[in-house]
Write a protein that binds this ligand. Structure first.
Ligand code: GDG
Length: 462
């Protein structure tokens, strides 16, 4: 039983959902047979029956939510309290008693709906910050199934995370699982320090903890991508019309690429600022590079997101006004999504990949950029130290995204890097991406959850 806020129900033809995570979890479900359960994405003011869609061995069960539920649970507590706190942004955190109550109420509602589907031997894998208290409600109802939780976003240090409304209830909710998985060692350390500080669990060693007579395992499971498939897609994207149009418009300039949901955690404004700083300090780079930032809008219902949309657009406009010319637009800023194939082809065309979040659980764009490169002439990844991906991809040019000048210098260093050094760095990163794909991630988590073997991080990932 896989549980996530949004459920990628396939189209009626049964074609698989796109995207690495959905593909990997679908594959795990296909192997064992099972359900994917969550929100339908639809609003309904009356309680409607659970909608079940069967596709062979895998079924999808989704439920509607009321507008109030969505406002309080999703747009409220999940996205205005948990998301900013987990991304170390107390300045953007909104504390509201209504939203907090709504989050727990909706989790209890999901637990009641899920309970109608559960069989005693079902293994349940719950995803992300929307559903932290789900296991606690299921346990209260008497369910003793194996339950695992994976947090896709960071877990902040004690002093930050303890500012969360209902912090102790959220934390104790996590102790009701059998396995609690994080993206990185750093998140595991932050989380276990919270357990110690609150005296909420006892350390049994080897990642095992005990709380209220239950033993649970805490570990890092860094998520991967479909490395070979992405590579293949990038190779084949040569004939993609969007990629061809982009290449034709570049003439002999180098392309720098950034791809992110429009989210304040991604550091998009700071990145454009660093690019502008680079143009200011290295006039020889003017007219030689183009920075393409692809940024589909997200969560526009949350006020902080609207505000940053304006800030990023202003920064891009200011940079173009200051440095642009009649025949050169330094920043191409695009607010729409492109297809996965186009994306793979654009990554491959870019000499530099800029992945500079202020804080990120993992960041799959960093991995996709590396996987898309030509081995004989690879581009350079400029990666924030504060992305989870930096733990594995330490052969990237690591930067502090708050340091505008240092990031500007890293862009120049990437543009001027010798072929030999580019190849060396790329090879080291590709080896990591091959030894830890999204399938490994899924299999590792499931193995620990079903107790088939003890948890193993991919070699060298610690
Ligand atoms: C959360 C955590 C963690 C983006 N624009 C387009 C597009 N994308 C795709 C990328 C990538 C995905 O969206 C974004 O993944 P990230 O990992 O970068 O970020 P979040 O959405 O914040 O994800 C994160 C992740 O969960 C997984 O655990 O890594 O830290 O925050 O796959 O390619 N795809 C297409 N067109 C676009 O315009 N087709």
């Amino acid at each position: 039983m896989v549980v996530s806020n949004r459920v990628p129900v396939p189209s009626d033809s049964g074609s698989p959902a796109a995207g690495g995570l959905a593909v990997a979890l679908n594959a795990a479900l296909q192997q064992r047979g099972g359900f994917w359960f969550g929100w339908s994405g639809n609003v309904s003011e009356e309680e409607t029956p659970l909608q079940v869609h069967d596709f062979g061995r895998v079924s999808y069960a989704v439920t509607d939510l009321s507008q109030r539920d969505i406002d309080e649970y999703y747009a409220g507590f999940a996205n205005r309290a948990l998301w900013p706190v987990c991304h170390y942004r107390l300045d953007l955190t909104e504390i509201s008693a209504n939203d907090t109550a709504g989050y727990f109420r909706v989790n209890e509602f999901f637990a009641r709906r899920l309970a109608t589907l559960l069989k005693p031997d079902d293994v349940i894998w719950i995803h992300d910050y929307h559903f932290i208290p789900l296991a606690a409600y299921l346990r209260q109802m008497g369910f003793e199934n194996r339950m695992g939780f994976f947090l896709h976003i960071p877990w902040a240090p004690y002093d930050v995370s303890s500012a969360l409304p209902a912090y102790q209830t959220v934390l104790s909710g996590l102790t009701r699982y059998d396995v609690v998985g994080f993206q990185t060692r750093r998140d595991v350390e932050n989380f276990t320090r919270c357990l110690e500080q609150e005296k909420m669990a006892r350390d049994l060693g080897d990642g095992r903890w005990e709380a209220d007579g239950r033993v649970f395992k805490v570990d890092a499971f860094p998520i991967g991508i479909e490395t070979d498939l992405f590579r293949q897609e990038a190779r084949e994207a040569k004939s993609n019309s969007l990629v061809r149009r982009m290449r034709a418009s570049m003439e002999d300039k180098h392309l720098i690429i950034g791809v992110d949901r429009l989210d304040y955690s991604k550091g998009i404004r700071q990145r454009i600022e660093a690019f502008a700083c680079m143009l200011e300090r290295f006039p020889n780079m003017r007219n030689k590079v183009t920075f393409l930032q692809i940024t589909p809008k997200s969560r526009s219902e949350v006020p902080e997101y609207l505000k940053m949309q304006h800030e990023v657009a202003e920064q891009a406009g200011w940079t173009n006004g200051k440095f642009g010319d009649v025949d050169w637009t330094p920043v191409r800023y695009i607010n729409k999504a492109v297809s996965r194939t186009s994306l793979a082809g654009l990554y491959r065309s870019a000499r530099v990949g800029m992945v500079t979040p202020l804080r990120d659980g993992m960041n799959l764009v960093a991995k996709e950029y590396v996987a898309s490169q030509r081995g004989t002439d690879p581009g350079v990844l400029v990666l924030s130290r504060f992305a989870g991906a930096a733990e594995e991809l330490d052969s990237a040019l690591l930067v502090n995204p708050y340091d505008t000048e240092a990031t500007a210098n890293a862009i120049v260093r990437a543009l001027e890097m010798s072929l030999e050094e580019r190849k060396e760095r790329w090879k080291a990163m590709m080896a990591r991406l091959r030894s830890n794909t999204v399938d490994h991630w899924c299999a590792n988590f499931m193995a620990v959850l079903t107790q088939e073997q003890s948890c193993a991080l991919p070699k060298g990932a610690e």
